[in-house]
Design a protein around this ligand. Structure first.
Ligand SMILES: NC(=O)c1ccc[n+]([C@@H]2O[C@H](COP(=O)([O-])OP(=O)(O)OC[C@H]3O[C@@H](n4cnc5c(N)ncnc54)[C@H](O)[C@@H]3O)[C@@H](O)[C@H]2O)c1
Length: 437
C-alpha cells in the first residue's frame, strides 16, 4: 500500500514553527486573562496526587470536585486544595460509582481521570457524554470495545478526549519531532521503544496482597503499558496522519520476576510465592504500518533492570538512541558511524513549546517538566474546546496495543490486524506540525 501523504517539509515546518512559537509564547502573558478552567478529578492515588500538585500551580485552574473510592484519599486532596488556594472542593467517595455524581455537576469544564486502567474508558466516555472534556491517564482503554467506545463517544458528542501521554512532552522527544519534520533523519523507517522499568514494587501491597497492577500481571500476558513507548514513535511516524498501524505480532518470555519477588518479600511459603503468574517478564511486539514502516516495542517491568525507554529513531539518514542519549547523522555524504552526544542538537533545534515554558516547567518537576508542558496543552485545548495534539484516535490506537498484544501472545505470536480507529481519515489528515501548534 502506498497512499502516503507527502508533505513539503520546509514550508510546512516554517508555518508550523511560527504558529507554535506564537501560541506558546503567548502563554505566559495571556494565561492570567484567560477564563478559569473548572476541573474535577477522579482517582486521588499516587498519580492523581502528583497531578493535583502540578495543576495547583497553574493560574486559572479551579479544582471544584475530587473523587476516590477511598474517602481519606479524596478528603486529603480536598484539604490540599484548600490549603493551597482556599478553594473548597466537594468530595465524592466511598463507592465505585461515586464519580457518576461528580460528572452530574453543571460547573465543570474538564475531568482528570487517574484510576486503575479498567476504569479509564468508561469514566472518559461518561465524562464526554456529560459534556466535559476528559484528560485520561494511560492507557485510555484496555479492550478493543473500550477503544471504540472512546472514539464513538467523542464523535457523537463532539467533545475531544486527550490521553495524558506525558512522554510525548519530554523535551528531547519534542526536539526529535522538530528534527524529523526538518528532515534531519531523512525518511523515518524503524523505531524501537519500550517501557522498561523494574515495577515489581508496585505489584504487592503492605498487607502482602496483589495490588490492581499485580492482579493484571497475575492474570494477563501481553504489553499492558504501551503508550509511553508508542506515543512518541507514533508522532514521529505520523500515525493516524498519513500512515497507520495495520498489524502486529507479540511474544512473551516465561514469567519469572514476580514470583521471585514474592518469594523474596513474603517468604517461599506465602500463597503469592507459590502461585504462577501469567505475564511473561519480557514482552516483545512488532508492528507494521500501512507505508511499510516497522516498530519494535518492549514491555519489561518485572525484571531487575534500570529504567530505559530505548526510543531508537532510525531514518535513512541517521539514528537517535535514548539509551545512550546519542545521535549519529550522515553529514556531507559521510556515513554516520560514530555516536555524538544529543545535547548540542537540543540547543540547535529547540522546540517552541519548551522554549516558551522551560523556566516554569523546570520549577514544576514531574518527569523533568514534561507534565507541565502537557497540562499547558490540555488546558489550552479545554479553553479552546478543541482537540489537543493527542486526539481520541491516538488514545484508541496507542491503547489498542494492550488487547491486540494479549491476543497475539495467546495465539503464539499470531499476526493480528490493527483496527483503523480513524475510519479512513488517516489518509487525509495532515501530520502534526511541530507539537502544540
Ligand atoms: N503517565 C504516567 O507517567 C503515569 C505514572 C503513574 C501512573 N499512571 C497511571 O495513573 C493511573 C493511576 O495509577 P496510580 O499509580 O496512581 O494508582 P493508585 O492505585 O495509586 O491510585 C488509583 C486510585 O484510584 C482509586 N480508585 C479505584 N477505583 C476507583 C473508582 N471506581 N472510583 C474512584 N476512584 C477509584 C483508588 O482508590 C486509588 O486511590 C493508572 O492508570 C496508571 O497507569 C501514569
Amino acid at each position: 500500500m502506498n497512499d502516503r501523504i507527502k508533505v513539503p517539509r520546509r514550508s510546512f515546518l516554517k508555518t508550523s514553527l511560527v504558529a507554535s512559537a506564537a501560541l506558546a509564547l503567548g502563554h505566559a502573558s495571556a494565561q492570567d486573562k484567560l477564563q478559569p478552567v473548572r476541573l474535577g478529578m477522579i482517582g486521588m492515588g499516587n498519580r492523581g496526587g502528583s497531578l493535583l500538585g502540578m495543576l495547583l500551580e497553574f493560574p486559572g485552574v479551579d479544582i471544584r470536585a475530587v473523587c476516590d473510592l477511598l474517602p481519606d484519599r479524596a478528603q486529603n486532596a480536598a484539604r490540599r486544595i484548600e490549603q493551597h488556594s482556599g478553594g473548597l472542593a466537594e468530595v465524592y467517595a466511598g463507592s465505585e460509582l461515586a464519580w457518576q455524581k461528580l460528572l452530574g455537576r453543571a460547573d465543570l469544564d474538564a475531568v482528570i481521570i487517574a484510576t486503575p486502567w479498567d476504569w479509564h474508558s468508561r469514566m472518559a466516555v461518561a465524562t464526554m457524554r456529560a459534556g466535559k472534556y476528559p484528560g485520561v491517564e494511560v492507557p485510555a482503554a484496555v479492550t478493543l470495545r473500550e477503544c471504540w467506545d472512546l472514539v464513538h463517544a467523542s464523535e457523537q458528542t463532539g467533545i475531544p478526549c486527550m490521553m495524558l501521554e506525558n512522554v510525548c512532552y519530554f523535551q528531547r522527544v519534542l526536539t526529535l519531532l522538530r528534527m524529523v519534520r526538518e528532515g534531519a533523519f531523512g525518511d523515518v523507517l524503524h523505531c524501537e521503544a519500550g517501557y522498561q522499568h523494574d515495577c515489581r514494587f508496585l505489584m504487592l501491597d503492605a498487607q502482602g496482597k496483589l495490588t490492581w497492577r499485580g492482579r493484571w500481571s497475575a492474570n494477563v500476558n501481553g504489553n499492558l503499558y504501551p503508550t509511553h513507548a508508542i506515543g512518541p514513535v507514533a508522532q514521529w511516524m505520523n500515525i493516524n496522519r498519513g500512515d497507520r498501524f495495520v498489524s502486529l505480532v507479540s511474544l512473551s518470555t516465561p514469567a519469572r520476576g514476580l514470583k521471585q519477588y514474592a518469594v523474596e518479600k513474603l517468604g517461599a511459603d506465602h500463597e503469592l510465592a507459590r502461585r504462577d503468574y501469567a505475564q511473561g517478564d519480557i514482552n516483545t511486539t512488532l508492528l507494521k504500518t500501512a507505508n511499510g514502516l516497522t516498530v519494535t516495542l518492549y514491555y519489561n517491568i518485572l525484571s531487575p533492570r534500570p529504567y530505559d525507554l530505548i526510543l531508537r529513531l532510525q531514518g535513512d539518514k541517521g539514528i537517535y538512541l535514548d539509551t545512550n542519549k546519542s545521535i549519529s547523522l550522515e553529514k556531507g555524504g559521510k556515513s554516520a558511524d560514530q555516536w555524538e552526544p544529543f545535547e548540542p542538537y537540543q540547543q540547535k533545534y529547540p522546540h517552541p513549546l519548551w522554549q516558551a515554558l522551560s523556566a516554569d516547567a523546570a520549577k514544576s518537576g514531574g518527569h523533568e517538566g514534561a507534565e507541565y508542558v502537557m497540562f499547558h496543552d490540555f488546558l489550552k485545548a479545554v479553553r479552546n474546546k478543541a482537540p489537543a495534539p493527542q486526539t481520541v484516535y491516538d488514545a484508541a490506537t496507542w491503547s489498542a496495543i494492550v488487547p491486540l498484544s494479549i491476543e497475539s501472545v495467546a495465539h503464539h505470536g499470531k499476526p493480528v490486524e490493527f483496527p483503523d480507529f480513524t475510519q479512513g481519515k488517516w489518509k487525509k489528515t495532515m501530520p502534526l506540525p511541530v507539537y502544540g501548534a
